[in-house]
Design a protein around this ligand. Structure first.
Ligand code: ATP
Length: 318
């Protein structure tokens, strides 16, 4: 549904995006992640037909971005990271205007605008001047605008930046609904923690190049970080600390919110075997273990590793 094929963008001699390729299928939510200046907005603006490629192409719903930009716009919902001012519009009129511009038939238009106002919590603001909306509400309005023509592809540049926690939760469940309806969704962010529970796939870009991509799980398990486990236990920490000190499998431990995180040393044995051995030792030492949970690497850890840093891991050691 969204395909980027060796897209390259140069500004003079500076290469902002270098032969970037990825694909997002119907029903997938692709998190496009990278530091400031990595090339996310450049890529997204190309897919939205707003800038030309130096080389390469993209495909949106079967149409070439470079050769069929009109068709691409018809099949694409795009939310930019900055909002233009539209003087004189009220919220509902604004949506109606764009629905007309996209040629949505009258009967469908009315229902769709009402539905979007409801789904995005904008109904109470239907008669509010667009310029008076706060950034978060404007963001919802632009999201609604991107959907008035019911496009199969949705591309959102930093969509969670201005949202409060409640709006963020609502946004997450809407994304999932749209993906379940079959839309292909791409969203960019540099806030990895925010994306982790929203996306099905991730691509990490650094200085215009993809450094790692795949399903969220694939990408998280690609890290070479040593296995970790979170132990929730009852009682004083002394006995646990003594037991841990005598466990050769444990590389370090760190107390966190009344629980403890253990990182294991490299081992020729399978991870599961080591997990089980340590649990057995803790229980046999008389520690009341309530919960024992293997921890997947976080997106932050993955990002730091993929972008060749190990400062985060160092800073977490005790
Ligand atoms: P952010 O998270 O800060 O929005 P980004 O990943 O979206 O960053 P881009 O805006 O795509 O990054 O920028 C990628 C690189 O291209 C940056 O180094 C930027 O300075 C450069 N760049 C972007 N637009 C232009 C332009 N019109 N002329 C020259 N350089 C540009």
């Amino acid at each position: 549904m969204i395909k980027l094929e060796t897209f390259t963008k140069k500004y003079g001699s500076f290469c902002a995006v270098d032969r970037l390729s990825f694909q997002v299928s119907s029903g997938e939510i692709f998190g496009f992640v990278g530091c400031n200046g990595a090339g996310k907005t450049t890529t997204i603006r190309f897919l939205a037909t707003l800038i030309r490629a130096t080389a390469g192409d993209g495909v949106i719903a079967g149409y070439s971005v470079t050769r069929q930009p009109r068709e691409v716009r018809r099949h694409l919902g795009y939310v930019p990271d900055t909002f233009a001012e539209f003087p004189g519009f009220r919220v509902k009129g604004f949506l109606d205007f764009f629905a007309r511009a996209y040629g949505v038939p009258r009967q469908i238009r009315r229902r769709r605008v009402e539905d979007l106002l409801d789904r995005l919590g904008l109904a109470a603001y239907a008669r509010t001047d667009v310029r008076k909306l706060s950034r978060g509400w404007k963001q919802r309005l632009y999201l609604a605008r991107a959907l008035v023509h019911d496009p199969p592809v949705l591309i959102l540049d930093e969509p969670t930046a201005g949202l409060d926690p409640v709006a963020r939760m609502e946004f997450k469940s809407l994304l999932k609904e749209w993906a379940a309806e079959g839309k292909a969704i791409l969203l960019s962010s540099h806030n990895l923690a925010e994306l982790a529970d929203m996306v099905t796939h991730v691509g990490i870009i650094e200085r215009g190049r993809m450094v790692v991509s795949g399903t969220l799980r694939e990408v998280l398990t690609k890290t070479d970080r040593r296995p970790r486990v979170r132990v929730h236990y009852l009682g004083a920490p002394d006995r646990l600390e003594t037991t841990l000190r005598n466990l050769p499998q444990v590389r370090w431990s760190r107390a966190e919110n009344g629980q403890v995180i253990l990182e294991f040393v490299e081992s020729s044995q399978k991870g599961e075997v080591v997990f089980a051995q340590v649990l057995r030792t803790l229980v046999m030492a008389g520690i009341d273990v309530v919960e024992y949970q293997p921890l997947l690497p976080t997106l932050e850890e993955l990002f730091v590793q993929a972008t060749a840093g190990n400062a985060l891991e160092e800073s977490q050691r005790v």
